[in-house]
Design a protein. Structure first.
Length: 155
């Protein structure tokens, strides 16, 4: 798979962080919104509005990164296959809990437009032909997800 240089976007893991505490007596700390946390919050009485606020905050952090990249020539030709390479601070979180975060990435992509051109018109099969998630390594000083994509012919 040969990728052009402008088919790559890097998002710091801090973009996915929310205030979180493991126990009611613990202080809040910033922590990525993993699938396990999402499920836990959704079970709360006021879970849905809390999750909506977290989702909006995460998208708000991702969107400027995408706008800057578009300004520098980033584009996606659809349909495309996407590869998410996750660089984490440690191996304590399962990849399936982390991979859930591409939902926030695609939703942020859909909210971005530059000069009336949508970056991602939708995240259905018409636009996203495939996904792969890879644990790419430990990088304590630069946790991130590197997203690459390649156009695929429509079938």
């Amino acid at each position: 798979m040969k990728l052009r240089m402008n088919n790559r976007l890097v998002i710091p893991m801090s973009a996915f962080e929310i205030p979180w505490r493991d126990k009611k007596s613990s202080p809040f700390r910033m922590s990525p919104l993993t699938l396990n946390k999402y499920v836990e919050i959704s079970g709360l009485t006021r879970g849905r509005p809390i999750l909506n606020r977290h989702k909006a905050a995460i998208q708000y952090k991702i969107q400027p990164i995408v706008v800057e990249a578009i300004t520098n020539g980033l584009e996606i030709e659809y349909p495309a296959q996407f590869r998410f390479e996750w660089y984490l601070k440690d191996k304590r979180t399962d990849l399936d809990n982390i991979a859930f975060m591409h939902k926030f990435v695609f939703d942020a992509f859909q909210k971005v437009s530059v000069q009336d051109k949508e970056f991602m018109p939708g995240d259905g099969l018409k636009f996203v032909a495939g996904l792969s998630d890879v644990f790419a390594g430990i990088d304590k000083g630069n946790e991130r997800v590197e997203i690459t994509w390649q156009h695929v012919d429509s079938k």
